[in-house]
Design a protein around this ligand. Structure first.
Ligand code: WT7
Length: 650
C-alpha cells in the first residue's frame, strides 16, 4: 500500500431527502433530535447505553461487567448467561406471537411453507435433539451447506440452542472451498440437502459434500434434507436423511444456558490474501446489536412483513434474515432462488403477492433491475412497501434515485447500511424516521458506534478529506478473532494504531457529518499523485443514460502511476461504439474532472462477480494489466464471463 494518506474525494451530491412526516409519526425513533439524544447518551457512557438496551433481551442470568476491553480483545456482558435460540423462539411463546408467522418461505418453483413461532420452536427443538444424538456437544462445530430453505434457519437455531458453533458455507461454493472451511474449523457434522433450485436448475449439494468428506477427517456424520428429490448415494453409517432422524426424537429440548462470550458462529470471508478468514462471532453482544439495529434501522413493527433478499450463506443472512428479525418476533419472508426466474420480475411479483412492507437488498441487484428495464417493476402493485434498504457496496446516487422513484415511488425512506462480516451488525446508517438521507451516503453512525476517518498514521482528517474508515471504540457485535489465527486478527485489523479498528474502506465525511464510503482501500487508484475511489468513477459512468454497470480498475502507467480502465456494461437498447467510448470518457471528465478520465473503456456483456454479487476487480485488474488471469477464481460466479473478457481482449 502506498504511503500517500489522503484519498481524493470528488463526488458531489447535493440532493437531500427528509424522512416523510407520516413515516416519522409512527416510527420507533421519530426525529433527529430524539436520535441525537440517543447518540449523546451512548457517546457519554457507551457501557451504560448498551446495558440499558440489553434489558430488551432474555437473560438466564444478568451480566457482571458490561465490557472488558483488553485491545484488541473484548468481552461483552461477562458473567451473563443467555441463549440466542431462546431469545428468537421461546421468548415469544408466552406472548400472543406464539401463533404468529415467523417464517414465510417460497421455493423457486413457487411452493410456499409457513412456520409459526410455535412450529419453528418445535422443529428447532427436534433438530437440536438430532444433533445431540449425532454426538454434537457444546462447543463442537457444525458445517451447514444448504440452499435457502427453512431447514437452514432451523439448523442454525438448533446449533445455537445446544451451544454448538455453526459454520454456514454458502451453497454456491465448490467442494474445494467446502473442504478448506470444514477442515479449518474441524467440523464434526455436515448438514446439507440433495440440492436446491437456482434459475430452474438443480444446484447439487450432497454430491459436493460427498467429494469434500473424502478429505475432511473430522466429519463423522452427514445429515441430508430432501429438497429436490434427486437420486442420492447414501453411505451407510455416515449419511442420514433429515426426515428419518426427525421422526426419532423428542419434540422438546431445553436451551442451554451459555456464557455471553460463547462462540455462536464462524463465517468465512475473503481478505487480501488467498486464504479465507474465519470470522468468529459470539453470543450476547452479537445478539444485542443484531436485535437493536433490526428494530431501529428497519423500524420493524409486529404487523410488518420483512424481506431481506440475502442468502443466509453471507453475514447479512445471519444477522438480518435469522437472528435480528426473529429475536424481534418479526415475520420474515425467505426466497430460495434467483431474482430473474422465471422472469425478471420475480421480486416484484413476490412483493405484490405477499404484501411485503420492508425490503432490503444489494446495489448489485438494483443495478441489474435497472438494466432489465422499468417495465418489470411497473407491472406490479408495490404499494405495500414502506421502507427500502441496501447493503454490500457503495450505491451510486443514480441507482439510489432509481430505487427511490421506481420502487419506493418517492414515498419510502431508503436505509443505506454500512457494515461488514467483521462488524456483525449495521454500523453506519440512516434511522428512517429521523435521518434526512443523501443518495449514496450511509449518513451517520448508529448510537454507540464511533467511526472516524484517519490518515494511516492515525490523524483524523477534516471535512470532505478522504482517508481510512476506522472504528474507535469496541462494539457489542464485533468479531472476536479469526478462528485459529489470532495473530492474523491483530495484524489485519488492529496493527495500524493501538486500539483502533481499520475497516479496510476509504471514506470521507461531509460538512454535515455524513459518511461517504468510497470502497475498499485496495480499490483506490492513484493517478498522478491523486487518489481516487473507484466507486466514484463508477458512479459517474453509471449516471450516464447508456450505462448499466461499471467497474473501474488501475493499470500501471509510466507517466501517471496508474491508468484507469473502466469495464462497462450497457443498458439493453444501447450498443458499443467509438462515439460512445469518447462520450463516456468526456462524461466522467464532466462529472469528476480530467484526472478521473478513463484511459480505456472496455464494453462487455457482463462483469465477473462473486456469488454474493461483488465485482471481482482483482480479476479485472489482471485482465487490464496483462490480458490474462493467473490468480484464484474459486469464488467466481460465472466462468464464461472471464472467457468473454479474454476474447474481447484479442
Ligand atoms: C464491505 C464488507 C455487510 C454485509 C454485506 C457485505 C462494503 C458494505 C456498504 C455500504 C458502501 C459497503 C464495504 C465493506 N459495504 N455495505 N452500505 N456502502 N460499502 O459484507 O462481504 O463483509 O463486505 O462491503 O467495502 O468493507 P462483507
Amino acid at each position: 500500500m502506498s504511503t500517500v494518506t489522503n484519498i481524493e474525494s470528488v463526488l458531489q451530491e447535493k440532493r437531500i431527502f427528509p424522512p416523510p412526516p407520516e413515516f416519522s409519526a409512527k416510527a420507533h425513533i421519530q426525529s433527529e433530535a430524539e436520535l441525537e439524544r440517543l447518540r449523546a447518551e451512548a457517546h457519554a457512557d457507551p457501557e451504560a447505553f448498551w446495558a440499558r438496551m440489553a434489558e430488551e433481551l432474555h437473560w438466564f442470568k444478568k451480566w457482571d461487567t458490561v465490557l472488558k476491553w483488553d485491545p484488541p480483545h473484548a468481552e461483552w456482558f461477562g458473567g451473563g448467561l443467555i441463549n440466542i435460540s431462546y431469545n428468537c423462539l421461546d421468548r415469544h411463546l408466552s406472548t400472543w406471537r406464539r401463533n404468529k408467522a415467523a417464517l414465510i418461505w417460497e421455493g423457486e418453483p413457487g411452493e410456499t411453507r409457513t412456520y409459526t413461532y410455535q412450529q419453528l420452536h418445535t422443529e428447532v427443538c427436534k433438530f437440536a435433539n438430532v444433533l445431540k444424538h449425532a454426538g454434537v456437544m457444546r462447543g463442537d462445530r457444525v458445517a451447514l451447506y444448504m440452499p435457502l430453505i427453512p431447514e437452514l434457519a432451523i439448523s442454525m437455531l438448533a446449533c445455537a440452542r445446544i451451544g454448538a458453533t455453526h459454520s454456514v458455507v454458502f451453497g454456491g461454493f465448490s467442494s474445494a472451498a467446502l473442504i478448506d472451511r470444514i477442515n479449518d474449523a474441524s467440523c464434526k457434522v455436515v448438514v446439507t440437502a440433495d440440492g436446491g433450485w437456482r434459475r430452474g436448475k438443480e444446484v447439487k449439494l450432497k454430491a459436493a459434500v460427498d467429494e469434500a468428506v473424502k478429505e475432511t477427517p473430522s466429519v463423522t456424520a452427514c445429515i441430508v434434507v430432501r429438497r429436490t428429490g434427486s437420486q442420492q448415494e447414501m453411505q451407510d453409517g455416515r449419511d442420514f436423511w433429515w426426515h428419518d432422524l426427525m421422526e426419532t426424537v423428542e419434540t422438546d429440548c431445553a436451551a442451554e444456558e451459555l456464557d455471553s462470550e460463547h462462540p455462536l458462529y464462524i463465517l468465512y470471508t475473503s481478505g487480501t490474501t488467498g486464504k479465507p478468514k474465519g470470522i468468529l462471532h459470539t453470543t450476547a453482544g452479537y445478539l444485542l446489536q443484531a436485535h437493536l439495529t433490526t428494530k431501529w434501522v428497519f423500524d420493524l413493527k409486529d404487523e410488518d412483513l420483512y424481506w431481506c433478499t440475502a442468502d443466509i450463506g453471507w453475514v447479512t443472512g445471519h444477522s438480518y434474515v435469522v437472528y435480528g428479525p426473529l429475536s424481534n418476533g418479526a415475520t420474515v419472508l425467505m426466497y430460495e432462488g434467483a431474482p430473474n426466474f422465471p422472469e425478471p420480475d420475480r421480486f416484484w411479483s413476490m412483493i405484490e403477492k405477499h404484501r411485503v412492507n420492508i425490503f432490503y437488498t444489494a446495489p448489485t441487484a438494483i443495478r441489474a433491475f435497472i438494466k432489465w428495464g422499468d417495465s418489470w417493476p411497473l407491472k406490479h402493485d408495490l404499494s405495500s412497501l414502506r421502507l427500502l434498504g441496501t447493503v454490500g457496496e457503495p450505491i451510486n446516487p443514480e441507482a439510489w434515485m432509481w430505487y427511490h422513484r421506481t420502487i419506493g415511488k418517492e414515498r419510502c425512506p431508503i436505509v443505506d447500511t454500512w457494515w461488514q462480516t467483521e462488524t456483525g451488525a449495521i454500523m453506519i446508517t440512516p434511522i428512517p424516521g429521523a435521518t434526512p438521507t443523501k443518495p449514496g451516503s450511509g449518513t451517520k453512525p448508529f448510537p454507540g458506534i464511533e467511526p472516524d476517518i484517519m490518515t494511516r498514521e492515525g490523524k483524523s482528517v477534516g471535512p470532505n478529506e478522504g482517508g481510512y474508515l476506522v472504528l474507535k471504540r469496541p462494539w457489542p457485535s464485533m468479531l472476536r478473532t479469526i478462528w485459529g489465527d489470532d495473530e492474523r486478527y491483530k495484524q489485519q485489523y488492529w496493527s495500524q494504531i493501538d486500539g483502533i479498528y481499520f475497516a479496510g474502506d476509504g471514506a470521507r465525511r461531509d460538512p454535515d457529518g455524513y459518511f461517504w464510503i468510497m470502497g475498499r482501500i485496495d480499490d483506490v487508484i492513484n493517478v498522478s499523485g491523486h487518489r481516487l475511489g473507484t466507486a466514484e468513477i463508477e458512479s459517474a459512468l453509471v449516471s450516464h443514460a447508456t450505462v448499466a454497470e461499471a467497474a473501474v480498475v488501475a493499470r500501471p502507467d509510466e507517466l501517471k502511476g496508474s491508468g484507469i480502465v473502466a469495464f462497462v456494461t450497457l443498458e439493453g437498447s444501447h450498443s458499443p461504439s467509438e462515439a460512445l467510448n469518447q462520450e463516456l470518457r468526456a462524461h466522467v471528465v464532466k462529472e469528476i474532472g480530467a484526472l478521473a478520465r478513463p484511459d480505456e473503456i472496455r464494453f462487455t456483456d457482463a462483469l465477473p462477480k462473486t456469488r454474493s454479487g461483488k465485482i471481482m476487480r482483482r480479476l479485472l485488474r489482471e485482465i487490464a494489466t496483462s490480458g490474462t488471469v493467473a490468480g484464484d477464481v474459486t469464488t467466481l460466479e460465472d466462468f464464461s464471463v472471464l472467457e468473454k473478457l479474454r476474447a474481447e481482449e484479442e
